[in-house]
Design a protein around this ligand. Structure first.
Ligand SMILES: Cc1cc2nc3c(=O)[nH]c(=O)nc-3n(C[C@H](O)[C@H](O)[C@H](O)COP(=O)(O)O)c2cc1C
Length: 185
């Protein structure tokens, strides 16, 4: 393959290349109040226990609800909810009830007090496993203690944030199972 010509790229904008998995909606609850925020910065950290690291800015209203309750639900929307995802990420739960504003249905979770969002493809109930880096980096490490997902489709059309208001919609799958050692699947 030919070398690709490059130029000096601003390091503060490299998220365009590294943006991880799907944009998700994080729902939370504390003392009767609920909130939802949009989140693109997250990473899977371990299979078992099932750990996920989440970047939740202290400027967000959700930060306080999550810090106090030590729980949340990570909801995975599909492209059908793209405009809702953008809307939720551009207003504050301190001012609006986002479930009402965006006509979303709050469902009771099994293991946490934070509500599931019924319209999302999957719902991951989370308990805080380690908040040690929340003060310095806004990094919350959650354990997924219950997961809800439909049988089909196996690969939903999720949306992935590229910055500057641009999203990528997940596309075709590539099956490379034959190249994997069993322990790496
Ligand atoms: C596409 C998108 C991705 C976002 N990703 C994050 C994120 O990873 N972490 C974060 O703290 N805020 C993120 N935000 C911003 C919050 O969703 C936004 O500040 C929201 O209004 C917070 O709501 P709240 O104040 O009700 O908690 C994102 C927003 C958008 C639109």
């Amino acid at each position: 393959m030919k070398a690709i010509e490059k130029y000096n790229f601003p390091v503060s904008e490299i998220r365009r290349f590294l943006e991880p998995g799907p944009v998700v909606l994080v729902s939370s609850a504390w003392k009767g109040e609920t909130d939802i925020m949009t989140m693109g910065w997250h990473m899977v950290m371990e299979f078992s226990p099932s750990l996920v690291g989440c970047l939740i800015s202290s400027g967000n209203h959700s930060y306080e609800l999550i810090r106090r309750s030590k729980e949340c639900v990570i909801n995975v929307p599909t492209v059908a909810l793209a405009k809702t995802v953008a809307g939720i990420g551009n207003c504050s739960g301190a001012e609006v009830d986002k479930f009402k504003q965006f006509k979303l249905t709050a469902q009771e979770a099994d293991k946490v007090k934070a509500p599931l969002i019924a319209q999302c493809y999957a719902n991951l109930e989370c308990r805080l496993a380690d908040g040690g880096l929340a003060g310095k980096y806004n990094l919350f490490i959650f354990e997924v203690v219950r997961a809800h997902a439909p049988k089909r489709p196996k690969y939903p059309k999720t949306i992935h944030y590229r910055g500057e208001g641009m999203f990528m919609v997940s596309g075709r799958s590539l099956n490379l199972k034959r190249l994997f050692r069993p322990g790496m699947l």
